[in-house]
Write a protein that binds this ligand. Structure first.
Ligand SMILES: Nc1ncnc2c1ncn2[C@@H]1O[C@H](COP(=O)(O)OP(=O)(O)O)[C@@H](O)[C@H]1O
Ligand SMILES: N[C@@H](CCOP(=O)(O)O)C(=O)O
Length: 315
């Protein structure tokens, strides 16, 4: 359960009194997610999500994330909308944390996506890229290739506790990625964390996308590579060619990839595996005391990285 910050009742009621969202009927910590503290709020006016932003979210970036959700919603991408408080502001403070209330989205996330889900995601991702193209704010990707070595270095000595040989694998791969990382690909605002738990479905159709707190400006094809890794491997971490083909061809029907994006894709897929391997690895070693959270296994992304190191081109 991702609840890092416990909110006491009196504080919560005082916070909710600054909103026009009816009377509180129930408030429950949410048993998913790893980054922020999320609570499900049921009020006399409906359902909402209360998010308290934790260690990886810089307060200065919140106008980008909240503005992006409003921008995408205006362009037909179903995503949560920040609810303004009585003073007209979406952002408040609760239990010492920046906090927002957003609208609740119907739908469910699929734990084991099928081919049809991957195809639907490909369309939704391409539409998201087109819809965000004229979003005026910018946020560089704070977790791109330049950030990976500084993220790993302080924790490198403990890598073999997680998996023998992990340190050497990561260091050699960082050398490769730093030398070969593609630049000047078509870029814009990307979601950067569109995992199955962040896409909601009703039937085979995507009903909404959540969790824009890693969104940033970066290469569109990198976002596609992140999704390929997150959606198109089976539970034993083996690549599923049919799902990969479904995701990529559905994406390309809405937003074609150019030659440079196709050439770069294998390296982007390696980088996308490295990025989640590293954040999972550092989180695995450092679960905050008292947090109700199930850290995600870095070895899943080590397996995906190893696949891409040997797979070469598959587009
Ligand atoms: N707007 C929303 N509507 C419905 N459920 C939501 C919404 N936002 C978050 N959730 C629920 O909360 C969980 C955690 O949210 P998420 O944004 O992924 O958290 P984190 O940033 O901590 O990873 C989601 O998996 C989902 O079940
Ligand atoms: N998707 C990331 C972790 C971020 O968690 P999320 O619940 O916000 O998607 C991973 O799987 O490592």
């Amino acid at each position: 359960m991702a609840v890092y910050t416990q909110v006491d009742d009196a504080e919560l009621l005082a916070f909710l009194a600054t909103y026009d969202i009816g009377d509180l009927l129930s408030c429950k910590g949410i048993a998913e997610g790893v980054e922020n503290s999320n609570y499900y709020l049921h009020t006399s006016a409906g359902s909402f999500i209360l998010t308290l932003y934790e260690r990886r979210v810089a307060e200065a970036d919140l106008p980008f994330f909240l503005g992006l959700m409003e921008h995408l919603a205006r362009r037909g991408v179903t995503c949560p909308l920040p609810v303004p408080n009585r003073a007209g502001k979406p952002l408040g403070r609760l239990a010492g944390r920046p906090a927002v209330i957003v609208t609740f989205l119907d739908g469910y996330s699929v734990h084991h996506p099928e081919v049809a889900h991957c195809a639907a995601l490909g369309v939704a991702l391409a539409q998201l890229h087109l819809a965000s193209a004229d979003f005026p704010l910018r946020r560089p990707n704070a977790l791109s290739v330049e950030a990976w070595r500084p993220l790993f270095a302080p924790a490198a000595a403990r890598a073999d506790e997680v998996e023998p040989g992990l340190r050497e694998t990561v260091e050699a791969e960082l050398d490769y990625l730093e030398q070969n990382w593609p630049r000047d690909l078509p870029s814009g605002v990307i979601h950067a964390d569109l995992f199955p738990d962040n896409a909601f479905f009703l039937g085979d159709k995507i009903s909404g996308v959540i969790d824009f707190y890693f969104a940033c400006n970066d290469a569109y094809a990198y976002d596609l590579a992140i999704c390929l890794n997150a959606w198109c491997f089976d539970e034993a971490h083996r690549f599923d060619m049919e799902k990969g083909a479904a995701l990529l061809s559905a994406y390309r029907r809405v937003r074609p990839l150019d030659g440079a994006e196709l050439d770069a894709f294998p390296t982007l897929a390696r980088g996308a595996a490295m990025r989640f391997l590293l954040t999972r690895y550092v989180d695995w070693l450092d679960v905050p005391k008292g947090a109700l959270v199930r850290p995600k296994d870095p070895r899943e992304y080590l397996a995906k990285l190893r696949f891409h190191q040997t797979a070469g081109a598959f587009l």
